[in-house]
Design a protein around this ligand. Structure first.
Ligand SMILES: [Zn+2]
Length: 258
């Protein structure tokens, strides 16, 4: 089975440098063919590009995460730097960007301003985005609708089936992660069951969100088999069908040729 991990953070401190290589090689030998490693600010975006330079299987997303906006002193200089990072060969996405209303350490207006500005850059450069939306489904959808040429991936999607259909309608694919395997999962199970397979991707969000039976431990891409297995069970198809279709969807979205 070949799998595309559409969103991970391997430059996170949870992966000490001396362990990272064996974690990644284990994931590749378990069938993971591609990983999008996402940045959350300029520094982690640069780290992401460096990691992509070391492994053929890894590609980078670069962007400013909602709760990093408040730390930025000069918005225009930061966005200019982001533009230059986006020119790198192995950068295939602008992300992760979006809105997060779970914590209130960054004012909503500031989050929206950065989200909006980064979506405009993505539209201008024709590059797909990776969207983080936590407890901000309404505002996220409104802002995405205002950017008619934006397209991309709804990372670790946690909204309703109805909203997923709307997002698909405006050019987004829905990325399913570990929580679909959780006992109390309801909305994400419905989404994984009902959205058309040609608009689905899978991801780990490593080191977070480990699927059952690895829940609570550090996540890595080799655990994607559990998420794929759960989706296959829900849809009553072979896991290989889920893995290969989501892999093709991601390859197409990010413009990666094999
Ligand atoms: Zn993430």
């Amino acid at each position: 089975m070949r799998i595309f991990d559409a969103h991970a953070h391997y430059n996170d401190a949870a992966f000490p440098p001396e362990e990272l290589d064996s974690v990644l090689k284990n994931a590749f030998s378990s069938g993971v063919t591609h990983i999008i490693n996402a940045g959350t600010d300029i520094e982690t975006s640069k780290e992401s590009i460096a990691l992509a330079g070391e492994y053929a299987e890894i590609y980078a997303a670069v962007g400013i995460y909602p709760h990093e906006c408040i730390k930025i002193a000069d918005k225009n200089a930061t966005l200019d730097e982001l533009r230059s990072l986006l020119k790198h060969d192995k950068v295939v996405s602008l992300g992760e960007i979006g809105l997060d209303y779970h914590y209130d350490d960054t004012p909503k207006e500031m989050q929206k301003e950065f989200f909006d500005a980064q979506l405009s850059i993505a539209e201008e450069l024709g590059i797909p985005v990776e969207i983080h939306d936590r407890e901000a489904h309404g505002d996220t959808l409104d802002i995405l609708k205002a950017h008619k040429n934006a397209r991309g991936l709804m990372h670790s999607y946690s909204g309703s089936y109805e909203t997923a259909k709307e997002l698909i309608g405006i050019g987004f694919i829905i990325s399913i992660s570990g929580p679909v395997t959780f006992k109390n999962a309801r909305q994400s199970v419905e989404v994984a069951e009902r959205i058309p397979l040609e608009f689905m991707a899978v991801e780990t969000d490593s080191p977070y969100l480990s699927p059952v039976p690895k829940r609570g431990t550090r996540n890595d891409s080799s655990n994607l088999v559990y998420t794929v297995g759960k989706i296959a069970e829900l849809r009553n198809v072979a896991p290989e069908v889920i893995a290969e279709t989501t892999r093709k969807n991601a390859l197409t979205l990010f413009g990666i040729k094999e």
